[in-house]
Design a protein around this ligand. Structure first.
Ligand code: SAM
Length: 282
């Protein structure tokens, strides 16, 4: 549960940016820099790392795992864009969407762009990555981060995703959508709600408003005519923003657990559209 998790120190995760380097080269660099490489993790227990130990994650082959609080902010691998400092949970949406090289896709709420750069790496910078964000300042930061990460297939727009026309010629080949909308952030260990808060009414009203926005975004994302796959993610642990949103959209309740994953609480839903003789099935 949220309460039980709050005492756990999460590992430091670093995603190797394959647009700039390889996992092998990053591992070699770290070894020369005094880190001790312990190989591939095979269970969560392995991820209890000390000091300068590090491993490759057991689920995501481009994710390196370090002891909690390892600081890379001034490290060459980070400043040169070889490392993206991203929690494991936040790497799952792009990994699950898995857009093919050369595909057209939309990152609907994209800034500051950690998932955008991950998507670009999966696409090997080939294809078209339309990225929208309402917030001009966050989008400017994103531009800098993408430049540093060597991303070149993006088309950034400071636009409300809900006003993007799914029938525009520009998006006629869009088959993949990543939707990571604004949320309460309740899965972030540092932002956990205060359960004893006297402001429960306010909290509930905020959640209802967020969920209504998230549902509108999700419905909008499904309108792109050639859509094959959509990933919906939040960094919230509230079902109002997660299962309830997806259930309201698709009458489906996937169910999930955030316990003991040693990641931030997160939610990802993968919706796949199958073409066939009958009407499309979610
Ligand atoms: N995907 C980002 C990443 O991994 O770095 C994080 C996205 S953050 C959770 C949500 C973003 O949605 C914010 O940057 C916010 O400005 C943007 N946003 C909120 N409403 C929006 C809308 N209607 N259209 C587009 N972007 C929106």
């Amino acid at each position: 549960s949220v309460q039980k998790l709050s005492g756990i120190q999460l590992p430091r995760y670093a995603r190797v940016n394959t647009l700039k380097t390889t996992v092998e080269d990053a591992v070699d660099y770290l070894k020369r820099d005094g880190f001790s490489y312990l190989g591939h993790a095979s269970s969560l227990k392995d991820l209890t790392l000390r000091k300068k130990d590090f491993m490759i994650d057991m689920h995501l082959p481009e994710l390196l795992v370090f002891s909690p609080k390892t600081d890379f902010h001034d490290h060459f691998l980070y400043t040169a864009g070889h490392f993206i400092l991203q929690d494991k949970a936040s790497c799952l949406p792009a990994y699950l969407l898995n857009p093919p090289v050369g595909s057209h896709l939309i990152d609907a709420c994209a800034a500051p762009g950690n998932k955008t750069s991950h998507l670009a790496a999966i696409m090997k910078n080939k294809g078209r990555l339309f990225a929208f964000d309402l917030d001009a300042k966050r989008l400017a930061t994103m531009s800098t981060l993408l430049l540093r990460a060597g991303v070149t297939c993006q088309r950034l727009a400071n636009q409300d995703f809900l006003t993007v026309d799914p029938d525009s010629q520009e998006f006629k080949d869009v088959e993949y959508v990543l939707l990571d909308p604004s949320c309460s952030g309740s899965g972030m260990v540092c932002l956990r709600d205060d359960a004893s808060s006297a402001n429960q009414d306010k909290v509930q009203a905020r959640l209802a408003s967020l969920a209504s926005f998230q549902l509108r975004c999700l419905n909008h994302g499904l309108k792109f005519p050639r859509l094959k796959r959509l990933v919906y993610s939040t960094c919230s642990v509230h079902r109002q923003e997660n299962e309830d949103v997806v259930a309201a959209c698709l009458q489906q309740n996937p169910g999930f657990s955030t316990a003991k994953t040693r990641t931030q609480g997160f939610f990802v839903a993968l919706l796949e559209k199958h073409s066939g003789a009958g009407s499309p099935r979610p």
